[in-house]
Design a protein around this ligand. Structure first.
Ligand SMILES: Nc1ncnc2c1ncn2[C@@H]1O[C@H](COP(=O)(O)OP(=O)(O)OP(=O)(O)O)[C@@H](O)[C@H]1O
Ligand SMILES: Nc1ncnc2c1ncn2[C@@H]1O[C@H](COP(=O)(O)OP(=O)(O)OP(=O)(O)O)[C@@H](O)[C@H]1O
Ligand SMILES: [Mg+2]
Ligand SMILES: [Mg+2]
Lengths: 222, 222
């Protein structure tokens, strides 16, 4: 499904370069459940952003469904992303002036779904993460874990084939966190591909493969 | 040191009220190490904001060092806060256009410390959280865990007597997270008062007392 070949990503800071990703090669089959682990700053979110078409590498190839994605236009990448990928961001990235339900219904606009149906679908997913009573709250009117759950609901609302979850339970108590992991596990059981960044060993156990990063390189796969 | 008596905090949403805190009474002695736990949305951050003088309750009393703080002016509360409290926010709250070191030196301005000395102290604390190589990065040029560590460094830079840590290791791998907890444990060993919000049982074990919240109420103290 997804093939990264010799992927590198650098940031120039003054006279030096930071190698956020350093010659990464990784093949991900459809339906896999992958945990991505490694120290803070090792390149996990950068890798997720490239896989999720939110960023482009400086070197290397990214082949998605047998299509070479390097060189595709912004518009073409956005099209694939909106159709195929649900992204739970480490920093949530919610629209601050919109309510929870308004934030969650957003990805459905690209699928041409009418507003009434978008709102009812968004309400359903928010109910699944126990936020039925918080649908009309704006992000500033929500707790940290409630914001995280809005970000989760938004990632799942259009039933994506690939779910990229960047530390999706970091702000949740264990009971709520386990409920979210059960939702993700079930999506994988339905055949969806899951990439889950976590630094929690017990969460990583839900995956069937673990990839370890260090200083922008893959150092182990289990 | 710190006495909360019948503290309540409400938010009006349309016709209904949300009781974020519901008749909370709590006494905290100087030098205590308290873990605050409870489900997502149970009122932990709201409680921390009131204790840290960032918010005022709707009902009840808050006596700090034998001084009644209800009714103090914004300026007076800011004075106590800047002198006494170091706050690690759940959502970091860094200034986006300033570098890590600029963010960290900020609290020292209130203590009248000259700029050269502020920058050298800020560099020292950033070194203590392993961010020596990232001092000049802006928040958008940092990973999630690096931003969290900048927020931690900023909270500790002026040697506060009271440290309020709202889920300070949620974005950190276990090695880095344990290094941070060791720093916090040592500060408590020096006599500082620590309030630590966590939903992780192993982290809560570092404290000598645990307070459990549910629906804005204290339901247990161990
Ligand atoms: N400005 C606001 N307007 C309305 N409701 C609010 C507002 N701020 C917080 N709340 C509500 O108050 C409740 C308590 O929020 P708080 O942030 O204290 O929870 P918390 O225990 O820190 O949760 P978490 O573990 O998810 O961070 C939440 O249910 C939240 O939706
Ligand atoms: N825009 C940027 N400019 C400069 N350096 C950057 C930029 N974005 C990221 N970096 C650096 O690239 C490295 C990898 O960042 P990344 O966010 O991928 O780490 P991570 O593994 O997700 O870390 P964490 O577990 O803390 O979230 C970090 O050391 C970071 O400082
Ligand atoms: Mg990250
Ligand atoms: Mg909170």
């Amino acid at each position: 499904l997804l093939e990264l070949v010799n992927i590198s990503k650098r940031y120039k800071m003054g006279d030096i370069f930071i190698n956020a990703l350093d010659d990464i090669s990784l093949t991900i089959e459809s339906g896999e459940y992958l945990a991505i682990m490694g120290p803070s700053g090792s390149g996990k979110s950068t890798l997720m952003n490239i896989i999720g078409f939110l960023d482009v590498p400086d070197d290397g190839q990214y082949i998605f469904n047998n299509q070479d994605t390097i060189g595709l236009s912004e518009k073409e990448l956005a099209y694939i992303r909106n159709r195929q990928v649900g992204f739970i961001f480490q920093t949530f990235n919610l629209l601050p002036r919109e309510s929870a339900i308004e934030n969650v219904q957003l990805p459905l606009i690209y699928s041409g779904i009418p507003r009434k149906k978008r709102l009812s679908r968004a309400a359903e997913v928010l109910d699944n993460v126990n936020l039925k009573d918080r649908m009309n709250h704006k992000p500033t009117e929500l707790s940290g874990g409630e914001r995280q759950r809005v970000a989760i609901a938004r990632a799942l609302v259009n039933d994506p084939n690939i779910i990229l979850a960047d530390e999706p339970t970091g702000n949740l108590d264990s009971k709520t966190g386990n409920e979210i992991l059960t939702v993700i596990d079930n999506l994988n059981a339905q055949g969806r591909t899951i990439l889950l960044v976590t630094h929690d060993q017990t969460i990583a156990e839900h995956a069937n493969k673990k990839v370890f990063l260090k200083d922008g390189k893959i150092v182990d796969i289990k």
